[in-house]
Design a binder for this molecule. Sequence first.
Ligand SMILES: [Fe+2]
Length: 215
Amino acid sequence: MEYQPITLGYALGELAPFLSEETMQIHYNKYYLAYLNLLNSVLKRNKFDFSYTPQELFDRISEFPIKDRDEIIYGAGGVLNHELYFTSMTPVVDMEIKEPLKSEIDKRFGNRQVLERQIKDRAMLLTGSGYTMLVVNNYGQLQVLNMSNQDSPYEMGFFPILAIDAWEHAYYLDYKADRAGYVEQFLRHVDYDQVNRNYIQAMDQITKLNETSEM
Ligand SMILES: [Fe+2]
């Protein structure tokens, strides 16, 4: 038993010219799978039975020896952040945002343009390596934030619903140092149907958590 890689809803060359097949091949096969292998190997070393998801590892990290916790958190973050990033993208350009996400974006940001400007501004402020994400915070509100390296919003009790990988390996072959150009093209290739599903799922999880804490 071990965690399996996700299957993408598009071929690795299908995002071109936004991202080349070479970039996506390296990103998926070298970087993503390396995090997955790292996570699987530390968990197997701990005789873990893979009975719960990588996301649940953050809440149950105390079940593992202290010496392995950093590696598990780093591996789980690397896996989940990459899976969210890959599934945040689509070959379809300028996808419409549907309900209930649309109303929530309008309520919190005013409109989609303001949200997307905020994502771009945040991504440009990110120093070093990391991600810019749209999350549902523990108040059930949408929020744009930066995460360093492979840190996960789950560690803060937040639910990430959209991620842009701002590590140089995500875009350097195609954009060199032009992170702004990469982020602009990313924003045209967001799979808002998937982000909407992630939003609905996040709100369900928050509702369940609140019910449990009220009991
Ligand atoms: Fe990456």
